[in-house]
Design a protein around this ligand. Structure first.
Ligand code: LLP
Length: 433
């Protein structure tokens, strides 16, 4: 149980003062539930966590979860926003997000996306390659605009996390390698090209990281690079070390808290600057998962229950890999709560499967839950990050609705997809009619 979760008098799971069984009835299932207070609390913790530095910025990584409503909340909480595509940028614009607080990322931004970012006037474009640097400079010259940029570097740090979400190692599709000399070449090129203003450097070493040591290694490597470039007279003042702080999916996960992580970074950056005789740079961090992950819970309705004697009991729910692809993609582990009977004492061990025609579509393995019957509501916590944002329509399942809950009130963030939405863009070639 995290955030504002409690058990109410009916024995139901309550989030943000809302009975989840009532939410399931009202909005249907599967349903993503976002605990607004839990997000706000974490944003506040982040805002406090870098205190002691003269200049710092918390940039929410929208790839974890972005809807127009979430962009509006991020704006209200006073955080900046990292977007990685024209689509995310468009969503932010729909929420009137202040453009100067937007960081535009991506390892293969198209000319169209760069032009869009330039026209919108985003705060920083985080340039990932020499090709992009030249493309951006051309676009700026043509449109008679200027732009502040950061260069994304790969510091050669291997974070201990799933290989699919490791990004800081030297063999990476991202950024300019420090070890290969590409980073230095990038800085030299940026300083010569017209209309781009290089302000600093960025790295992101991976995601769902539970220890401070890889962050320390990244800061050290980045500060070495800052020292080298500053000795050469480039005067870069900004250090963005990306996101990556892990969250608890199951009670066994042991993560750092935001305060501990932030203050560790402050200390490390300070000491690293001192050791190299550098001014302390502005420090930026880009948390995604750790801001919204634990604040999200998915509600499902229980359907078919199959007992395989001597093997296991499968409980099927009305969602699965379509709304949460992380289990089959990364082997991510979650837990479940029997939202409709939180106080039931008789339990059983279940494997919870999704409804896709795919054996791998499972959500929970061998979890002990109160004895379930069809119609019960199952809650899977910690699904706020990289669930909706990675959801698919596999098997033509409509994507779930999303609501925010706060002090007993629920409001829609995303409407449930309907069948007509699924075929809205489909066309029949004339010859087939
Ligand atoms: N900044 C950059 C440049 C990033 O690439 C990412 C995540 C973040 C910030 C935010 O990282 P976070 O704080 O959320 O760990 N789909 C995968 C995660 C991919 C993360 C990609 N980049 C998953 O579901 O685990």
């Amino acid at each position: 149980m995290t955030g504002t979760m409690t058990i109410n008098q009916a024995g139901h799971l309550e989030i943000g003062g809302c009975d989840t069984v009532t939410l399931a009835r009202q909005y249907g299932t599967p349903l993503y539930v976002m605990d607004e207070e839990a997000v706000r609390r974490r944003a506040e913790q982040y805002s406090q966590s870098l205190r002691g530095l003269e200049d710092s910025e918390i940039i929410y990584a929208g790839k974890a979860l972005l809807t127009v409503g979430i962009a509006a909340l991020v704006k209200q909480m006073g955080l900046s926003l990292d977007v990685v595509s024209g689509g995310e940028l468009y969503a932010a614009a729909q929420a009137q997000f202040p453009m100067e607080k937007i960081y535009f990322h991506g390892s293969n931004k198209s000319a169209h996306e760069l032009k869009m970012a330039v026209d919108y006037g985003v705060g920083r474009i985080v340039v990932d390659s020499l090709y992009e640097l030249e493309l951006l400079s051309d676009i700026l010259v043509q449109s008679n605009r200027e732009c502040d940029i950061l260069l994304r570097l790969t510091p050669g740090v291997e974070a201990h996390t799933h290989s699919h979400i490791q990004t800081g190692q030297s063999d990476s599709k991202f950024g300019f390698g420090i070890a290969t000399g590409q980073a230095k070449a990038g800085v030299e090129a940026a300083s010569k090209l017209p209309n781009v203003h290089l302000r600093g450097i960025h790295c992101h070493i991976g995601s769902q990281i539970f220890e401070v040591s890889p962050f320390k290694a990244a800061v050290e490597s980045m500060m070495d690079f800052l020292a080298e470039t500053n000795n050469a007279g480039y005067g870069l003042r900004e250090l963005d070390i990306g996101g990556g702080l892990g969250i608890r999916h199951t009670p066994e996960d042991d993560t750092l808290d935001i305060e501990e992580y932030g203050q560790f970074l402050v200390k490390t950056v300070r000491q690293a600057a001192q050791a190299r005789g550098l001014p302390i740079p502005k420090l930026m961090i880009e948390p995604g998962r750790s801001l919204v992950g634990e604040a999200g819970t998915t509600l499902y309705a229980v359907g078919t229950i199959k007992e395989l004697p001597g093997i296991r009991t499968y409980v099927s729910v009305d969602g699965g890999m379509g709304d949460n692809p992380r289990v089959s993609l990364y082997g991510a582990e979650y837990t479940g709560l029997a939202a409709s009977k939180m106080n039931a004492s008789e339990t059983k061990v279940y494997t919870v499967a999704g409804k896709c025609c795919e054996s791998g579509d499972k959500l929970l393995f061998d979890v002990e839950l109160p004895v379930l019957v069809p119609g019960d509501i199952l809650a899977v916590p910690a699904t706020g990050a990289y669930n909706y944002s990675m959801a698919s329509n596999y098997n033509m399942l409509p994507r779930p609705a999303m609501v925010s809950v706060y002090q007993g009130k629920s409001e829609l963030l995303v409407e449930r997809e309907q069948y007509h939405d699924l075929v809205r863009l489909h066309r029949i070639p004339e010859r087939w009619q």
